[in-house]
Design a protein around this ligand. Structure first.
Ligand SMILES: Nc1ncnc2c1ncn2[C@@H]1O[C@H](COP(=O)(O)OP(=O)(O)OP(=O)(O)O)[C@@H](O)[C@H]1O
Length: 746
């Protein structure tokens, strides 16, 4: 137990700041951060290096306060927007605790748990050591000043040497404690980032979140909120731990001096905490909204960057400016309210802090006057009182940081729930009934597409039975009671007016939409170890989640099952031309350093193991020659001399739309799937190139289902599925299948 028997010397110091940093004021001075003690030692002042990561949040909010107080003087007009977020409820305390636990716990039970717990123990041990060192410095300081007061030169010199020795020995503990805490926070964040990204990208959750606008800014939650969560959770834990140690150390002293003083302190701090919670309760919501609005604003800017060419063609700068300003104003308005609430809370917090400064001295002074205690005991009681007050007042002093942290917990907890239940009723429609199955039973009898007569011995690839397809949110029926069979080489063209539901049919086949009824079965050849997933597998996160430790079973990937989808809008990944071509079938491996060593600081769980890659990754990965040949096959050989295979460009900007579509066909030819679903994949191409590409995939033995509007497409297909726009009042089928022979309908 750490007990101060003497008053703390007034020259202490830098050391105690971070173990009990809460009683300090934080100020910016010339790019440095200055901490000055808020209660016990108003004269103590320590200049710190620029903020560490764990204090980045304080810096950010501080910076934003500075920026905003400037902005408040500017001429921005502040017309309030009607804002549905204003009715957002403050989360209950127990909900917050549950969410905190749900977000925080998985890491400490994960594969990395041994390392994590050891590091945590080291951080706590170092924190205890630094607290002990601080106490030791108190005693050294006391003796130093006693020697000075007694004019004992020899003792003074000795104490000075002790002090310098202790200084040299003690400093590394403080540095190592902070380093250990920061590295643990980084490790925790890295693990959580992978854990969240994995669940976000799994099972098309990212698509559902985006297309159904389920939550705002998942990217910001993964980047900013996770970073601030791990850093703040650790530093708060240490702050509370320190407060507990401190409380035990100093309660005895204070209680021993004068018990009523202890009781007064208890009542004062409990009352203060209750009032600050009452005054600051709106801060959690405001902080939550601030995060959202800042992310919305940033997203708006990202959209401008991503769509630079379209905006420039439209000349839409004024509109963009207005939209962006609107988003910024929304963030600004909220921040203004946040500042007002913070200011009101500060009135109370500062009053609370200074009102009681002289109380302990005033209470014990009569005992001193009557000779019951020595003068030093007054100092000691003031010191102990302030320590305990600081410990009991953590919530008052830290309320703003706690409210910001609560907002982070709330946002992450909400995100975590969505990821966990990504296919439960919360996310998907209760009428979600389309069953999507991947079957390896290719021996079942093959029928003609009209379902009546046995066909020649070709392999069946797709079976659609009584499919009624609806839009996910409005439940508008797009296709009614569709049945069709696709056998090998029976290429199907899907036609129909714009908006009739052609792409949506592909969405259902890809498992992106499942509202409606009916059954879709893909028949695919797969390895012996493959257990054909059912539609429930495909929509149940549990199947893919082995446990809550964040270990995932191999995700089911339809590309590796011989089925490929080319979306309407070509998608170019961030990376090199080689990566474009390999996407999505093969992942580009990390290039190891020449000496074969692991990159410094790499964490085992950030590496993608073989198991987590597509099954097809194990299949032959195309060589440079094969990649070059694939480009030649789609008449794109000339871009090689321009860009090379291994340079990174913004491909969606440097390649024309038609070139991007041809690149997508090169991917297809390299992957050689059994069946491909093409959504207007040649719409930007001239007829000669279109014919060439269809000839290429036909020659590669790929069966295809294409969506398209052009009659020239008849030449490459055997049948056409014609979908008409659904009449909401009709209960009739809105589709028909016609045969094509030699490019003509029969
Ligand atoms: N996420 C969604 N939520 C609700 N309705 C949607 C959604 N996406 C598309 N729709 C609607 O579904 C209908 C069918 O859209 P779909 O994209 O399938 O049309 P399409 O036949 O492919 O049209 P086009 O030929 O113009 O590409 C449209 O009316 C569209 O507005």
């Amino acid at each position: 137990m750490l007990i101060h028997t003497q008053p703390l010397p007034t020259s202490l110091f830098v050391f105690s700041y971070s173990s009990k940093y809460q009683p300090y004021h934080i100020n910016h001075v010339d790019g440095q951060v200055c901490l000055s003690h808020k209660n016990t030692y108003p004269s103590i002042f320590a200049v710190m290096p620029p903020f560490s990561r764990s204090r980045a949040r304080s810096r950010r909010s501080l910076n934003s306060k500075i920026k905003c107080s400037t902005a408040a003087d500017s001429s921005l007009s502040l017309t309030p927007d009607p804002d549905p977020d204003k009715n957002r409820k403050v989360p209950e305390l127990n909900t917050l605790f549950k969410r905190f636990w749900k977000v925080a716990a998985p890491y400490w039970y994960s594969d990395d748990k041994v390392q994590a717990r050891l590091q945590l123990a080291a951080v706590f041990a170092l924190t205890l050591a630094t607290t002990g060192i601080s106490v030791g410095f108190n005693f050294l300081g006391r003796d130093f000043y006693n020697a000075l007061a007694n004019k004992d030169q020899e003792q003074f010199t000795n104490q000075l040497l002790y002090y310098l020795g202790a200084f040299a020995g003690g400093i590394p503990f403080f540095v190592l404690r902070d380093y250990a805490r920061e590295t643990l926070a980084l490790r925790w964040r890295s693990w959580m980032t992978k854990y969240y990204m994995e669940r976000y990208l799994m099972n098309q959750t990212f698509y559902k979140i985006q297309s159904q606008s389920i939550i705002d800014n998942p990217d910001q939650r993964i980047v900013d909120d996770l970073s601030s969560f791990s850093g703040t959770a650790l530093s708060f834990s240490l702050t509370f731990f320190n407060a507990a140690v401190d409380l035990i150390s100093f309660s005895n002293i204070l209680y021993g001096i004068y018990p009523p003083l202890f009781v007064v302190l208890l009542v004062y701090s409990i009352g203060g905490t209750a009032i600050s919670v009452f005054l600051g309760k709106g801060l959690v919501t405001l902080n939550f909204l601030q995060e959202k609005k800042e992310a919305d604003f940033r997203y708006g800017l990202v959209r401008v960057r991503e769509n630079a060419e379209s905006i420039a063609f439209y000349g839409g700068e004024d509109n963009e400016m207005q939209l962006l300003l609107q988003r910024f104003r929304s963030a600004f308005d909220n921040l203004t309210q946040l500042l007002i609430s913070s200011r009101n809370l500060e009135f109370f917090t500062n009053g609370y802090r200074y009102l009681i400064q002289i109380l302990p001295a005033a209470v014990v002074a009569p005992m001193y006057f009557s000779g019951k205690i020595e003068f030093g005991v007054i100092n000691q009681s003031v010191s102990a009182f302030n320590h305990i007050l600081g410990d009991f007042s953590l919530i008052v002093y830290q309320f703003q940081a706690i409210s910001a942290f609560s907002a982070v917990i709330d946002r992450l907890g909400e995100f975590d729930d969505i990821l966990d239940n990504s296919n439960s009723k919360g996310l998907s429609d209760p009428l979600e009934e389309i069953s999507l199955t991947y079957s390896n039973d290719i021996n079942s009898p093959v029928f003609e597409s009209n379902g009546s007569m046995p066909a020649e011995q070709s392999q069946r690839l797709l079976d659609v039975e009584n499919l009624t397809l609806q839009t996910p949110t409005s439940k508008a029926t797009l296709v009614r009671d569709l049945s069709l069979v696709i056998n090998e080489k029976e290429h199907l063209l899907v036609m129909g007016p714009s908006g009739s539901g052609k792409t949506s049919l592909l969405r259902a086949m890809a498992g992106l939409w499942s509202t409606g009824r009916g059954k879709i079965t893909f028949y695919v050849t797969v390895g012996e170890d493959f257990e054909a997933p059912t539609s429930a597998d495909l929509t149940s996160l549990d199947v893919k989640l082995q446990n809550t430790n964040g270990e995932f079973k191999k995700a089911i990937n339809r590309n590796s099952r011989g089925i490929f989808f080319l979306p309407q809008r070509p998608y170019m990944v961030l990376g090199t031309l080689r990566q474009q071509l390999l996407y999505p079938t093969w992942a580009e491996e990390l290039i190891p350093p020449p000496d074969g060593t692991k990159p410094a600081g790499s964490l085992p769980f950030l590496m993608r193991g073989e198991d987590s890659e597509n099954a097809s990754v194990k299949s032959h990965k195309p060589t440079t020659d094969e990649l070059t040949q694939a480009l030649e096959n789609v008449r794109l050989g000339y871009i090689l001399s321009r860009f090379g295979l291994d340079s990174t460009y913004e491909w969606s900007s440097v390649l024309s739309l038609g070139e991007q579509q041809r690149l997508a066909f090169a991917r297809l030819l390299l992957s050689k799937p059994k069946l491909v679903l093409l959504d207007e994949s040649t719409s930007a191409l001239d007829e000669a190139n279109e014919t060439h590409l269809y000839q290429q995939i036909e020659a590669a033995g790929i069966t295809y289902i294409s969506i398209g509007h052009r009659r020239t497409l008849y030449d490459f297909h055997k049948r056409v599925l014609r979908i008409s726009t659904m009449d909401p009042n009709s209960s009739e089928r809105n589709w028909q299948i016609e045969s094509i022979q030699s490019g003509l309908l029969v």
